[in-house]
Design a protein around this ligand. Structure first.
Ligand SMILES: [Zn+2]
Ligand SMILES: [Zn+2]
Length: 477
């Protein structure tokens, strides 16, 4: 089946054709590390992790590059506020990033380049732009000259006239055009700096991504992703720099952007006091629940974030986990298999149907929300089958494997419980299984003393045993 994805550049869904057969080069703009990442960033990270995993599932060899912006105005400001070296502060938050990323089950990128490790590459591009007359230096700053690049604005669909109409010209402005943006910034006293042909300074934000993506993926790489708020100016500027430097060659072929996230129907902002970091939410919900919630809406639709939505996500994930647990219990049950050929065939067909619908949903611009429906359908089929035929069967084995595998493609381990109480219950189940096995052996040996001791002591603990033709059952009183 052909994979189609929405390309921001063309404003339509296009069939995905990689630059090189079987291979995908993918870049996303990683976090600026001056804090824990917030849930809006979390959405972007989870969405592109899901996209990468689905490409892997389809058999592509994916090189995924996600940078760290570890030098930036915000990092310097934060460092000054805390009286710390900004570069050290950034390094600390890179460490914290990996903790939250692991909780969300984000696969580490193939390469996680840091901006400060790529200053020479950035200087190289800026020099190239300067030579072509696309950049100019003023007192140690270097700006990109947007008038010199006719294609400027092609991603966001804005014309230079529109942009200029809304732009503020500040007093003491040294730019030739108000839309010109900084490629290199002259170092102010006390700021971190690097030597350059224009004096001591540091790179602008946009040039970082152009340099790191071109270095690791080359020109014309497949997918460039990020949050929708990055289309303008960040991605527009990345394109201008890279394609200017490459003499008009294509920088990236497919531009993908996820929609924004609101908190309780309001746009997330620090001033509104609804600025949630993933670290904060992890105090209240497990990472896989946050992930399940974030992928429960198509990535190009806005998503509202509140406690109730998270609780619903938790229930949804638990339902799928329950199906796996029920299947595991049945598969572990030795006994007369009452499932007939027709019912086994029906369950196998349900598994195949789920796999087909899952692929159809995901091939249509990575519709993870619709893909969930195929998982729930299959879960229901498993539950119904186990209820009718509580013993191991071949059809059940296949259905269970399919449900587990498809959930895994989206980054969920269904064998992992969605909450701690559930984890405790699973342990209890296992211990009880063991006890019942010991008791069954005692009864086989006609060791009634041991058999009764187990039953009576469990009863003291509030666990009631009942002997049935299928073996002993237990219930919590
Ligand atoms: Zn970027
Ligand atoms: Zn809290």
């Amino acid at each position: 089946m052909a994979l189609r994805l929405f390309n921001t550049m063309s404003h339509q869904k296009e069939e995905f054709k990689p630059r090189e057969e079987g291979k995908v080069g993918m870049y996303t703009c990683g976090p600026t590390v001056y804090n824990y990442f917030h849930v809006g960033n979390g959405r972007m990270l989870v969405v592109f992790d899901m996209i990468r995993r689905y490409l892997l599932y389809k058999g592509y060899d994916v090189t995924f590059v996600q940078n760290f912006t570890d030098i930036d105005d915000k990092i310097i400001k934060r460092g000054q506020e805390e009286g710390r070296d900004p570069l050290e502060l950034a390094q600390d938050y890179i460490g914290e990033y990996f903790k939250d990323a692991a909780a969300l089950n984000l696969m580490p990128a193939s390469i996680h380049p840091k901006a400060t490790d790529h200053i020479p590459e950035m200087i190289e591009i800026i020099k190239g732009l300067e030579e072509q007359g696309l950049a100019y230096a003023v007192d140690g700053d270097v700006y990109f000259a947007v008038d010199k690049l006719p294609a400027y604005g092609k991603l966001s669909g804005r014309t230079l006239e529109d942009m200029q109409a809304g732009a503020r010209v500040e007093v003491g402005e040294r730019k030739q055009n108000p839309m010109d943006f900084a490629l290199w910034k002259n170092a102010k006293p006390g700021e971190p700096f690097w030597e350059s042909p224009w004096g001591k300074g540091r790179p602008g934000w946009h040039i970082e991504c152009s340099a790191m993506s071109l270095k690791y993926l080359g020109s014309g790489f497949d997918i460039h992703g990020g949050g929708g708020d990055l289309v303008f100016p960040h991605h527009e500027n990345e394109i201008a720099q890279a394609e200017g430097y490459l003499h008009g060659e294509t920088f990236a072929r497919y531009w993908m952007h996820n929609a924004f996230l609101t908190i309780n129907q309001q746009k997330m902002s620090k001033s509104l006091g609804n600025f949630f970091t993933v670290r904060e939410i992890l105090e209240h919900f497990p990472g896989e629940v946050i992930r399940f919630y974030l992928l429960g809406t198509h990535y190009r639709s806005p998503l509202d974030f509140d406690d109730e939505n998270l609780q619903m996500a938790q229930k949804g994930l638990e339902r799928l986990q329950t199906s796996i647990r029920l299947a595991d219990e049945a598969l572990g049950r030795q006994g007369q298999n009452s499932a007939d050929a027709a019912s086994g065939q029906k369950l196998r067909a349900a598994a195949e149907e789920a796999r087909r619908e899952f692929a159809e949903a995901m091939d249509d611009d990575f519709n993870s929300a619709l893909a969930y429906a195929s998982l729930f359908e299959l879960g229901k089929a498993i539950n119904a089958h186990v209820q009718a035929y509580p013993y191991s069967s071949e059809g059940l084995l296949k259905a269970r494997a399919t449900l587990w595998e498809l959930a895994d493609v989206l980054g969920f381990d269904l064998a992992k419980p969605a909450n701690q109480a559930e984890a405790g219950n699973q342990k209890l189940d296992q211990v009880m299984e063991l006890l019942l096995e010991v008791r069954a052996i005692a009864r086989k040996k006609k060791d009634w003393e041991m058999s009764d001791l187990i039953r009576d002591r469990l009863k003291d603990l509030g666990i009631v045993l009942e002997d049935t033709p299928q073996g002993a059952r237990w219930t919590l009183k």
